[in-house]
Design a protein around this ligand. Structure first.
Ligand code: BGC
Length: 683
């Protein structure tokens, strides 16, 4: 039965508005049940009462989930993680994060979904629905505009209203349609006011405009002022802090907060307590099945970036026995060292792959990693494969390493970042690989023409220093404990790669939008406006290394027969055929972008407004349908304070990546005059 608020004393109510400890809500000596929360988002990170972190399935990082572009995989991710929460008595998982990847330097990009709000919001919505379908709550975070880690507690994100609405809030708005039980505020300030005290964001937008009726919780330690956060509508301060109750009591006595404010927040928390208590929870997956789900989701999100001469999937027929390039390395002792041909795996990341980025999102797994070599052997017993245990990444790599690399038919080099490079609380200083890794790839390419590079990383990398040396590149991402199994399936062709980048890989850091500190070095001015990610590279007409939405496949797809059916005043169904013209079954991510051909405000070249991921068997055709609605055409008009669709021509672009338009058609929107502005142009 729900606790009647009138049975609570003022002290109990005020204590309920602050935590009981690091992870529990206040229980009034057993009168109210506590809600237990834990991180998220890449599996469960429960800190037990003895201070130890419970072991759990390390799921792919959200960056990999996003590269999967699969609603089903995001939903499965949520269901899998919820099971582990149920088993460990956790009521709410502090996830997912939908902050936009504004710069590749943000230390926490691995934990976020995309540079595009539609993609980020849509996948977060599925993740939330997956978790909550099992009776476990979520915490959509970090609300909002937390797009870098450096000085996150003191930096203000200075953003104009249109940009806030179109880019940074849209991802939250979409995800909120799955009704997360809680929303977590960010650490930073937005336009000079802390996220935890920002009435405009927490009340006017989150509650009144987006209709959120759950609990707003602070990020851990994000509350600066007890009364200001109450007045702004932040319900629950976490974790417990000695002074928090006294602060609230003093504020109450001074009349800075009143009973109505307190009761509103208490009611939100009591509703959460009820939800957690009454939820029907049932574990669905065994330990093994959760691991298998981690592998499946990783397989969706691994991206094949380059595959010259179709060197992948590995083919024992051509790789075994044959020798690599003859080169200029001395080859004494060659015969004793190794047999000729086959595949040589280099780099200890193939044995201990980085599973994810660092900080609160890091999941401790009990799963013992398997090395890539033995997995390749399992999947393809006839393939000759060796591992070189001497690190070629070191400038002192032995001659033996190079001799072995020279004799192999192909070399797989495993490089990338780990959680010491990509982590919460710090931004990266560079987006390049470690110089030794770049050097190793380039050196190997001088003695073996078949260098296959596997990159483990959670955010964009500048590949310009070595990309020409690689015959193939597989973006393994930060893909959790199933990463090497998923990689082995993809490298051997047991699984056809189907991931596509949810984040542009720029040609260099200098080519990204680096911002300006005009006015103050302590302020993060979002003067790139709505031109974030591909919207920026398109508008600035910049080359990129690999565009947003890009990913190769072993299959080949043809697009045809575009039809756009009007379903309502601003509702359309965009349909087209995707035909698999190869001999391999595969999944294709097709993307629908919209371009306002002639607008009275600055608009991006194109914006993602729909996508679909479909299995298309060899020789078969799938008819794909993607819906569009009013928001697909709208921009936020700050003079009128509303979303606005301007009459005129809109191009509908069906693409295989943001830079590869496969089909295109125009529609003409002709709304009644009263919805339009009057704009006159001089001849
Ligand atoms: C992070 C949150 C996390 C919380 C609890 C904070 O430092 O920003 O994302 O949920 O800690 O661990």
């Amino acid at each position: 039965m729900k606790i009647d608020i009138s049975t609570l004393t003022l002290e109990e109510k005020l204590r309920l508005l602050t935590g009981k400890d690091a992870w529990r809500t206040y229980d009034a000596n057993g009168k109210i049940s506590s809600v237990f929360v834990s991180d998220g988002p890449h599996g469960l990170r429960k800190v037990a009462d003895n201070g130890e972190t419970v072991k759990a399935t390390a799921m792919p990082n959200l960056s990999t989930v996003a590269n999967g572009w699969s609603r089903e995989a995001a939903y499965l991710d949520g269901r899998t993680i919820a099971d582990e929460c149920i088993k460990n008595d956790v009521d709410v998982i502090l996830a997912p994060g939908v902050n936009i990847k504004r710069t590749p330097l943000c230390g926490r990009n691995f934990e976020y979904l995309s540079e595009d709000p539609f993609l980020a919001g849509t996948l977060a919505k599925e993740y939330i629905a997956g978790v909550q379908s099992k009776g476990v709550g979520t915490s959509l975070k970090h609300f909002c505009a937390n797009n870098c880690e450096e000085d996150r507690l003191s930096k203000t994100s200075e953003i104009d209203e249109r940009t806030l609405k179109e880019i940074y809030l849209t991802a939250f708005e979409i995800a909120l349609s799955s009704k997360p039980w809680t929303v977590m505020c960010a650490y930073n300030l937005i336009n000079g006011v802390y996220a935890s005290e920002n009435k405009y964001l927490l009340k006017d937008i989150l509650r009144d405009e987006f209709g959120f009726d759950g609990v707003v919780v602070s990020d851990w330690g994000a509350v600066q002022s007890g009364f200001r956060r109450m007045r702004a509508g932040l319900d629950l301060e976490m974790p417990f802090r000695d002074h928090s109750y006294d602060d609230l009591k003093k504020a109450y006595d001074k009349g800075l907060i009143d009973d109505e404010m307190i009761n509103t927040s208490v009611e939100h928390i009591l509703k959460l307590v009820e939800k957690a208590k009454n939820a029907k929870k049932k574990v669905e997956f065994t330990d093994e099945e959760r691991h298998e789900n981690a592998v499946k989701i990783a397989e969706e999100g691994i991206v094949l970036l380059k595959n010259d001469d179709g060197i992948l999937p590995l083919n024992p027929g051509t790789l075994n026995g044959g020798a690599g390039l003859s080169g200029n390395v001395a080859v004494e002792r060659l015969e004793q060292i190794t047999t000729a041909g086959g595949v040589l795996i280099i780099g200890d990341k193939s044995v201990n792959p980085p599973l994810g980025g660092g900080g609160s999102a890091y999941v401790e797994t009990a799963f013992k990693q398997r090395d890539l070599k033995s997995l390749l052997k399992d999947k393809m017993s006839e393939l000759q494969v060796e591992y070189c245990n001497r690190s070629v990444m070191s400038p002192y790599a032995s001659k033996e390493t190079y001799v072995r690399a020279k004799k192999a038919s192909a070399v797989i080099v495993c490089v990338g970042n780990d959680r010491s490079v990509e982590t919460e609380g710090r931004d990266r200083a560079s987006i390049k690989l470690h110089a030794d890794e770049e050097k190793a790839i380039n050196r190997l390419a001088t003695i073996n023409e078949n260098v296959i590079v596997v990159v483990y990383a959670g955010s964009a990398i500048d590949v310009s220093g070595w990309i020409d040396s690689a015959k193939a590149v597989v973006w393994a991402g930060f893909s959790g404990e199933g990463v090497n199994e998923a990689l082995a399936d993809i490298l051997t062709g047991k699984v056809c790669p189907s991931g596509k980048l949810a984040e542009t890989l720029p040609t260099s850091l200098e080519d990204t939008y680096c911002g300006s500190s005009l006015g103050s070095p302590f302020v993060e001015r979002y003067d790139d406006g709505i031109f974030v990610g591909y919207r920026y590279y398109d508008a600035a007409d910049k080359e990129v290394a690999f565009p947003f939405g890009f990913g190769l496949s072993y299959a080949e797809f043809e697009y045809s027969d575009l039809a756009i059916e009007k379903k309502g005043e601003l509702d359309y169904a965009v349909s087209f055929n995707v035909k698999n013209v190869s001999g391999v079954d595969g999944k294709e991510v097709s993307q629908v972008y919209v371009k306002d051909v002639f607008a009275t405000v600055a608009r991006p070249e194109k914006e993602l407004k729909g996508f679909s991921k479909d299995l298309v068997k060899s020789g078969e055709t799938v008819r794909v349908t993607v819906p569009l609605n009013a928001r697909s055409f709208a921009y936020y008009n700050t003079a009128m304070k509303k979303w606005m669709v301007e009459n005129g021509e809109f191009e509908i672009l069906v693409c295989s990546s943001s830079r590869e338009v496969r089909l295109k058609a125009s529609i003409f929107i002709d709304l009644p005059e009263e919805t339009q502005q009057s704009v006159y142009y001089l001849d």
